[in-house]
Design a protein around this ligand. Sequence first.
Ligand code: MG
Length: 256
Amino acid sequence: MLTLLSIFLALSASPSLCDRPQPHVVHPLRPQTGFSSRPNVYAVSCLSWRLAVETDNIRNWDVVPKECEGYVGNYMLGRQYRMDSATVANAAIEYAKGLKVSRRDAWVFDIDETSLSNLPYYAANGFGTMPYNATSFSAWTLEGRLPVLPETHRLYQELLRFGIKVIFLTGRAQDQTSITVANLKRGGYHTWHKLILKGTPYSGETALLYKSTVRTKLEKSGYRIVGNIGDQWSDLLGPTPGNRTFKVPDPMYYLG
Ligand SMILES: [Mg+2]
């Protein structure tokens, strides 16, 4: 840093350079969180990539860039993921505290990577760098051993205390109802107002269309969706998103 400062001061003091108009050049910082060994290929900054997927600027991506496997793994298994999740839960709880709760009020929870975590599966399968394998993922789901996401569980407990109805809305198929119930209870979600799994009328439909259609039906039947929390933008976009939406981190996969 001292060397750079010395060069900068030396250049600033040079009359030959100062006399000439200089173009404004922005020098990108060297990415610290990603790398590429390929010559002439701009290095992937895994931090920038994660920010872009979390903000929905990069969409419809299939897998995590191979260069970012270590970065995503460190993020998911380290403290940052937990701190980011806690920040989301804290914001949601602060918002809920300010509500005048009525009997109509409901909060929609996604399940996978929101209420429960598939991190053990992804840790054993490249942290999202490998293509989705329906067979092995389904086998993992049917074990019913997904751990709880503690920050979302804290939000769940607070909402119950405030008298807000909890509605789980998941893209899991209805034939996974019993294992989903068992896994939710095992994770500490002992009660809920509704648990909605994806039925055959929606098979083949996008998550966004399925979830937004169900939410619209809920509101038409009398519920007021005061909050909605999920790890995918398809949980939170479309008609009737809820009065407030909360996005929990997920740099491992994308569902449209
Ligand atoms: Mg999810």
